[in-house]
Design a binder for this molecule. Structure first.
Ligand SMILES: Nc1nc2c(ncn2[C@@H]2O[C@H](COP(=O)(O)OP(=O)(O)OP(=O)(O)O)[C@@H](O)[C@H]2O)c(=O)[nH]1
Ligand SMILES: [Mg+2]
Length: 422
């Protein structure tokens, strides 16, 4: 008997359906479906459709799509727009194979990617909440075409057998476990906060190059991949800035347009890293033809998680790529008049200016000050809490160049109260 077995199943063949309403390109769904390990046998863009309660598109259109998918020998249909559990049931009854939406694709990618205990629990929670009304009905017989089980091995088979009450119990149990894990993370964060280093979080659309930037800037080896949602857990590294003890730089989970709400909820504690950062580095892929749309999504998500008021810097990454030239979407960002720093994580271009901008924002711009020779205490305070760039001792003064935060500047150099006018 041969020991060799073909354990690698053929990739599932998918048929994609997008809406051609100019809002965003279907290429994103292509990327998501490929990340999930499926092959794309065909796709259609709907330029005109009448939304109906039964399918979300006209009945005739739904039949046409199913026929096209069958012709393309697809095993499932993936819709680039959200459908309700009832609509999903109607589609599947008609097609006799799985039909699901972009939200399900994203949750499934997260499930595949989750590695640490916290991420696994968070995804499990999102998956159960999403699965409750949707998946139990067709889980067993259509498991393969959906691309296997969700998350951990074996959970797929049991899904069908579990009734809603059981799922609710599971959700409660996971929430409990998650609370414990979150507490551990809080303890770690508190420990970190004792080190008085300012913190920066790299945030942005998935695949923008956040992890690559963390690696190039700090010389670390965080996992990088040309697939979506390579990072699910925040990683923190120290970045040294000349003259200071440095800052803490945290890599975070990527955002995507219409991130399913169950995921935002489940990943709240992870996203908290961004909310707590002293400075947000918004990383954008300058070569993407939809970079402006991605920028808008990032701003929306930041608002949703309560980080819209944090200080921020805009970083245009991947500027080494030819596609950046004549990128109309990129011009739209530049037209907003915001100061955007152009860098490349690949060849480290623009890093000096980036580090300068981070230091300016966190510690204040370099300014010149003239101190009295007797002001040794003041000088010590600047050394301790600001960044002393240079000092020159003359006969009657010490001329220094330093970065001093606004708060410290006010404390140290507050103008003496004005004499009252007669
Ligand atoms: N040419 C070029 N490629 C880059 C650059 N930065 C990142 N990449 C590539 O872009 C892809 C995504 O990079 P990641 O660093 O994993 O992106 P990310 O933002 O961390 O993505 P998620 O973790 O999925 O949110 C990888 O294939 C990188 O090699 C760059 O400056 N230039
Ligand atoms: Mg990453």
């Amino acid at each position: 008997m041969s020991e060799l077995q073909n354990t690698q199943e053929d990739p599932v063949r998918a048929f994609l359906v997008g809406k051609d309403d100019g809002t965003y390109p279907i290429s994103e769904l292509h990327g998501l479906v490929k990340t999930l390990g499926m092959t794309i046998n065909g796709s259609i863009l709907l330029s005109r459709y009448i939304p109906t309660p039964q399918f979300g598109v006209g009945t005739g259109k739904a039949h046409e799509i199913i026929a096209l998918a069958q012709e393309a020998e697809a095993e499932c249909i993936i819709l680039d727009f959200e459908i309700s559990p009832t609509q999903q049931r109607n589609w599947e009854k008609e097609a006799n194979f799985p039909v699901f939406d972009r939200n399900e694709v994203i949750i499934r990618i997260f499930a595949q990617r989750a590695k640490t205990k916290e991420a696994v629990l968070q995804v499990h929670l999102a998956r159960l909440q999403y699965a409750m009304p949707r998946l139990a009905h067709s889980y067993g017989d259509m498991a393969r075409q959906r691309g296997g089980s969700y998350g951990s091995k074996g959970s797929g088979e049991t899904q069908l057998e579990i009734d809603r009450r059981d799922i609710k119990e599971q959700i409660a149990q996971i929430k409990d476990e998650l609370k414990k894990v979150i507490k551990e993370r809080e303890t770690m964060r508190k420990r970190r906060e004792k080190i008085p280093l300012p913190s920066c979080a790299l945030v942005g659309y998935t695949n923008a190059g956040k992890s690559s930037l963390l690696n190039s800037l700090t010389g670390s080896g965080v996992f990088v991949e040309d697939k979506l949602f390579a990072t699910l857990d925040p990683t923190t590294r120290r970045l040294s800035l000349s003259g200071s003890t440095g800052i803490l730089l945290t890599d975070t989970v990527g955002f995507i347009r219409n991130l399913p709400h169950t995921l935002i909820d489940a990943f709240k504690s992870t996203l908290e890293e961004a909310v707590r950062a002293d400075l947000l580095l918004i990383v954008l892929d300058a070569s993407d033809t939809d970079v402006f749309g991605q920028y808008e999504t990032v701003c929306t998500v930041l608002e949703e998680i309560g980080a819209s008021k944090n200080k921020r810097l805009l970083i245009l990454n991947k500027t080494d790529k030819e596609e950046c030239e004549r990128n109309f979407s990129l011009s739209r960002i530049k037209e907003t008049g915001q100061n955007a720093l152009e860098v490349s994580a690949k060849n480290s271009a623009g890093f000096d200016a980036l580090i300068e901008a981070i230091a300016d924002s966190l510690f204040g711009k370099i300014k010149e000050y003239s101190l009295k020779l007797s002001d040794t205490e003041l000088l010590n305070e600047i050394r301790k809490n600001g960044i002393l760039v240079s000092s020159e001792w003359t006969e009657d003064a010490v001329k220094i160049k330093a970065r001093i935060s606004e708060a410290l500047e006010t404390k140290l150099f507050a103008p003496p109260s004005k004499p009252l006018l007669p």
